[in-house]
Design a protein around this ligand. Structure first.
Ligand SMILES: O=C(O)c1ccccc1NCC(=O)[C@H](O)[C@H](O)COP(=O)(O)O
Length: 449
């Protein structure tokens, strides 16, 4: 039996039902919130173990208003509340409220064993997702790059009916986008087959230590009185094509460091940005001290583990691509791995969603519309006006102004709007000496030397 577990560290997540063995802290009363937290933890584990099937399942839940088959009870209520519905193992199905206690009595049932394999095997769909169908990419038809997804359009809600009608209204526009996330999912799934998560987790032991990304930005801001710079190592972009032919990621990174960058952003997406995880690893192994942001379209927790192993100190999560629940559990995973999280938003709706999520320390306001590619730096000001700006200050969140920053005036403009950091690619990576480009961008030398 579990014994007295009071006083044990909550490791690695915060629920009172401590992870990873979901042991009930004997003697403590359980509240609904504890169960909810536990549910998030269980889901997190389920996702990290069988992400593909569960994520597909959740997509179906969200978009098709899947009616859960879980029997009634507090646990299933929590699952529903959180927008998760899966069939529990037979024993728990009958007694979902006894789940924590059953776990306690069966130490062999680790969360992973309990939830994930069974979820993947026992999950049933009202409308089965097409795992195998790979729709071809037709850029001429779409004439734009977009990774926004129907999944991200689902704010957390307690009202199932509201969720359904919202989906219907947006269905046409969003259907078009769904295939792109499918493509990404397929890509990630095929990499994962070659290097499954459990193998990846073992490699964590050899990962380089993580460095304080947020701290480096704050420090630079205090030191220079200017926004801390995240300088982007970016060879190409969907909107601008090739930015730099003679692209040596390590040389560029070193030049940025000499020029006074606080942190670096390294594109790892190959298809659209001609980046790679090898670039990230090479920069880290070359001894660059600036903390590194892995700039990737993260849709799967596997990518976070992989980035950590390759030397990332921070991860980008894009609100347009991820539903709130995914952001929440990915933030937890990042914290567990010692990674900072930069959550990127583009409009008020995304900002409000992200402000509703606990534990967010860095928000990036992208001035580029990811669908039209239009860049407008006044977007930063718009999103920081009024109550939103106040809330951000109250929460002590660092805001990063992203994209379209070319001149000292641009920097002054976003700083005035309230950012404490900026993410800059094109204007500096194109310079023959990218480090000197930083001096041009800020209108003064900001290097330490
Ligand atoms: O840069 C693009 O064309 C782009 C297109 C679609 C999605 C994302 C894109 N860029 C990602 C970024 O956020 C920027 O690389 C980053 O903010 C730096 O922007 P910039 O200084 O304008 O290169």
């Amino acid at each position: 039996m579990g014994g007295d577990l009071r006083g044990q560290a909550k490791d690695p997540f915060e629920s009172k039902l401590a992870h990873p063995n979901a042991k009930v802290r004997a003697g403590e009363l359980l509240h609904m919130q504890d169960l909810k937290d536990w549910t998030v933890d269980v889901s997190t584990d389920a996702f990290t173990s069988v992400e593909e099937s569960v994520m597909q399942f959740m997509t179906t839940c969200a978009s098709k208003a899947y009616a859960p088959a879980v029997s009634s009870g507090k646990v299933s209520e929590c699952l529903l509340d959180l927008g998760i519905s899966f069939i529990l193992p037979p024993l728990l199905q009958n007694t979902p409220d006894a789940a924590p206690e059953l776990l306690l009595r069966n130490p062999g049932w680790r969360m992973e064993g309990l939830v994930s394999p069974k979820v993947s095997l026992r999950t049933t769909f009202y409308h089965g997702p097409n795992f195998s169908i790979r729709r071809p990419m037709n850029l001429s038809k779409l004439n734009r790059f977009s990774v926004a997804s129907i999944r991200a359009q689902q704010p957390e809600t307690k009202d199932g009916a509201a969720m359904v009608s919202a989906v219907r209204e947006e269905a046409n526009a969003l259907q078009m986008k769904e295939w792109e996330v499918d493509m990404l999912q397929n890509e990630v799934a095929s990499i994962k087959e070659r290097r499954p998560l459990h193998a990846l987790k073992k490699s964590l032991e050899n990962a380089p230590p993580s460095r304080d990304f947020t701290g480096a930005l704050k420090e630079a801001n205090l030191r220079t009185g200017l926004p801390g710079l995240i300088a982007e190592v970016k060879k190409a972009s969907p909107s601008r094509g090739i930015l730099r032919e003679d692209f040596d990621p390590v040389e560029i990174a070193q030049s940025y460091e000499r020029g006074g960058a606080a942190c670096l952003s390294v594109l790892t997406d190959e298809k659209y940005f001609k980046g790679s995880f090898e670039n990230l690893e090479a920069i880290r192994q070359a001894g660059v001290k600036c903390p590194l942001l892995c700039k990737e379209f993260v849709i799967d927790a596997w990518q976070i583990y992989y980035a950590r192993i390759k030397g990332a100190d921070a991860i980008l999560l894009i609100a347009a691509v991820l539903p709130d629940l995914d952001i929440r559990y990915m933030v937890k995973i990042c914290k567990m791995l010692g990674l900072a999280v930069l959550v990127e938003v583009h409009d008020e709706r995304e900002m409000d969603r992200v402000l509703g999520i606990e534990g967010i320390e860095l928000i990036g306001i992208n001035n580029r519309n990811l669908e039209t590619f239009e860049v407008d730096i006044s977007n930063t000001r718009k999103l920081l006006e009024g109550e939103r700006g106040q809330l951000i200050r109250q929460k002590d969140i660092i805001v990063v102004g992203e994209s379209g920053l070319f001149t000292p005036d641009d920097i002054a403009y976003v700083q005035e709007a309230g950012v404490k950091a900026v993410l800059v690619g094109e204007s500096i990576v194109k310079q023959s000496d990218p480090g000197k480009g930083i001096t041009g961008l800020f209108g003064k030398e900001i290097s330490l030397s």
